[in-house]
Structures are given as C-alpha cells and as structure tokens.
Design a binder for this molecule. Structure first.
Ligand SMILES: NC(=O)c1ccc[n+]([C@@H]2O[C@H](COP(=O)([O-])OP(=O)(O)OC[C@H]3O[C@@H](n4cnc5c(N)ncnc54)[C@H](O)[C@@H]3O)[C@@H](O)[C@H]2O)c1
Length: 363
C-alpha cells in the first residue's frame, strides 16, 4: 500500500480511524463542464438515511474541504440522534466561491451526484446555499429537503430553531433555578438575525429582561422599534460582562466560548443557536469549573433540522413544533446524565447520542 503523508494522512485518519469511529462513505464529485467539485460525506446511517446540508464555500484546498465535510457530517450524526430523528449524519461541501461559480448547470450536476447515492444521503441548505438552490438540485434528485414553500417546502427554519433554543433555555432555568419560567431573568443575545430576533419575541412573552447586541445596526433597530424596553449594548464583549446577566445566548457565529470569553462571562447559563460555540475541546470543562451551565448547541438548535426532516414527509408545522418542544426534556436529560456521570453537559450529550446510534446498530 502506498504511504500517504501530511494533510492527506490526516484526512484519511479522520475518515477511517478517528476516535469517533470513522465514516461510512465519502464521495468525491467532479463535473468538468460546470466546474463542480464537491465532497459528500456520510458519517453514519445507523439511524436512517444521512441528513445534512450542502455548504458552498471557497476552501483554501481540497484537503480542507474534505476535512470540513468529515467534521460537519459527524456533527450531524450527533445532532440528528439527539433530536430523535430517524436520520444519520451526512454533509456535503461544494468547493468554490458561490458568488463566482454557482450556476444552474453546477447545481443540476450536483443533484445528479446526490441522486446517485439512492437516498443514503439527503441534502438541504447550509452556508452559501438557499431554498432556491435546493429547488434546482431537486430537479435531479428527490433526496432534497429545505425547499421553498412554492415547491412544497417548509421555508425559513429559523422560527423553529428559535423555538427550540427557547425550550433549551427553559430547561436550563428548570435545572438551575427550579422553574422553567424566564420571567424576571436577564438574558443577553449576541446576534439578532433570523434566529435571534424570534428568540427575543419568546423571551419578551415570558417576561424576561432582554439585552442585545449585533454588528448590524439595522438588526438592533428592528428589535428596539418593536420593543423599546430591550437594551442594546455596543458589542459582544460588553454583553458577556453585563452585570446581573442570567443567561447568555450566542446567536451569531461559532467559537463564542473561548479562553478569552469564558473567564469573564457573568451569566450562569449559556444557551444559544450558534453552531460550534465551544472554540476547542476543554472549553466545556472550563465552563463547568466556573459553575456555568452550558446547554449543548447542537441539541438546542435542532429545530431547523427537525423542520427539514419533517418536510420529507409533507411539512406540518404543529407536528414539527411538538417535536421541537421535546428539546426541553432532552436538555433536562442531558443535565441529569452530566450530574450522574460527573462530566460536563456537552460530553453527556455526546454519550447519549453515541448510545442511541450503537443501540440502533444492534437492532
Ligand atoms: N437559521 C437556522 O435555522 C439555524 C439552525 C441551526 C443553527 N443556526 C445557527 O445560528 C446562528 C444564527 O443563525 P441565523 O440564521 O440567525 O443567522 P443570521 O445571519 O440571520 O444572524 C446572525 C446575526 O448575527 C450578527 N452578527 C454577526 N457577527 C456578529 C458579532 N461578532 N457580534 C454580534 N452580532 C454578530 C449578524 O449581523 C446577524 O444579524 C448561526 O451560527 C447559525 O449557524 C441557525
């Protein structure tokens, strides 16, 4: 066998031998005519067809794209397992700047590759792809969800994502303060975009005091016009140091919890929509050591994937909302397991997800 070194060796290690058990299948796709270069990674189909979005991104190298697809697809296995979905984890990445190279021809070529997997992988939107793109991909394959309402899809997933995050927050309050009510609690939201602004509505209805920040002035103005009682602060650094903050909800970018932010957080709870909030392994322990309760991001932000999974069977908002409501119980179960096993909630969530996948394999 030929020896592989450097980046290639790292990729192959992640693929076949990583501590998390490796991946089932990785497909490298190329269509010269349209310029498509894509990677479809299927981490696990233990619970059902792999489900996860298509990221369209200008990766610096092919190796970086493969690594991202491997990591993202593994994350989807855990997210789908914890959301109680009968789906495994998969993810695809298309290499290139969507502004420059995205075309109908390219998306159709991509759709043919998705179709060639015969339903082992079901795709949806992610960074750089939108419902309109999924409508195009769906002309070549039926293994597509996250489509536009005009084409039978459910549309914007941020409504249910915000609802799920709110349920995770209620569960955190229940665990810490003995009541799920956020009435009278001070909640800071970093990023009031699609998800964050719906979260504000839930919190206001429940009687919470809300503090927000966003790099886009117009996002802040939209909230302050509707709810003048909401306080806006200059930036996230100020928000996380706010005196008397009970809950911090990162709803912008990943990596919000890191070596610089965790030591100065004033909140007792972190529960937000952003993906990959923990900047590196070990941050979950730093949070626990400071007595900060962390509601794992991939558990509480699963409302979106619950919605796209539901769409495959003909979208029903109430059925979906009922499923997203279960995030409350799931989050409580994670905190209980963390306490029993003496580990941080993020590690407890991983254990529960791994157990669910292992049990499914035994069936
Ligand atoms: N939309 C969904 O259904 C969904 C589902 C699961 C996870 N998520 C995750 O939740 C997060 C928010 O998603 P969204 O759909 O609301 O995105 P969005 O782009 O609509 O909103 C993000 C907001 O954060 C703001 N922002 C960016 N950088 C910031 C910074 N440094 N400080 C403060 N604000 C900043 C942006 O201006 C924007 O208003 C993302 O991490 C996303 O991956 C979203």
């Amino acid at each position: 066998m030929t020896d592989v070194t450097g980046a290639n060796a790292d990729v192959l290690h992640t693929l076949f031998r990583s501590e998390q058990g490796g991946h089932e299948q990785v497909v490298l796709c190329q269509d010269r005519a349209s310029g498509l270069k894509a990677v479809i990674a299927i981490h696990s189909t233990a619970l059902g067809p792999a489900l996860g979005g298509t990221r369209f991104y200008p990766y610096a190298s092919e190796a970086e794209a493969v690594t991202d697809a491997l990591n993202l697809s593994r994350g989807m296995s855990y997210k789908n397992a914890m959301a109680g979905l009968d789906h495994g984890g998969g993810k695809a990445v298309i290499i290139g700047d969507p502004e420059q190279i995205k075309s109908e021809e390219l998306l159709l070529a991509y759709g043919r590759f998705v179709d060639s997997l015969g339903g082992r992988y079901v795709t949806a939107c992610d960074v750089g792809t939108y419902v309109a793109d999924m409508d195009v991909v769906a002309r070549e394959s039926r293994w597509v969800t996250g489509r536009s309402p005009e084409n039978g899809g459910a549309g914007d997933s941020s409504v249910l994502t915000a609802y799920g995050v709110f349920q995770g927050m209620r569960a955190s309050a229940q665990h810490l303060w003995g009541s799920p009510a956020l009435h009278g609690r001070k909640v800071g939201i970093a990023g009031v975009g699609k998800v964050g602004h719906h979260l504000v509505e839930h919190l206001i209805s429940d009687g919470a005091e809300v503090v927000i920040t966003d790099v886009r002035e117009e996002s802040v103005r939209r909230i302050r016009d509707r709810h003048p009682q909401v306080t806006a602060v200059a930036d996230t650094a100020t928000l996380i140091r706010t005196e008397g903050l009970d809950v911090y909800a990162p709803c912008a970018l990943g990596g919000a919890l890191n070596d610089a932010t965790v030591p100065v957080l004033t909140a007792r709870v972190v529960c937000g929509a952003a993906n990959n909030q923990l900047a590196h392994p070990g941050v979950e322990k730093d949070l626990a050591d400071r007595g900060i309760l962390y509601a794992p991001d991939y558990v509480v932000n699963a409302g979106g994937v619950i919605q796209v999974a539901d769409e495959l069977h003909g979208f029903d908002f109430d059925r979906c909302k009922a499923k997203a409501s279960k995030i409350f119980d799931t989050t409580l179960a994670i905190f209980a397991r963390a306490k029993d096993d003496g580990i941080p909630p993020a590690a407890a969530a991983d254990r529960i997800a791994e157990q669910r996948m292992a049990e499914a394999r035994r069936r």
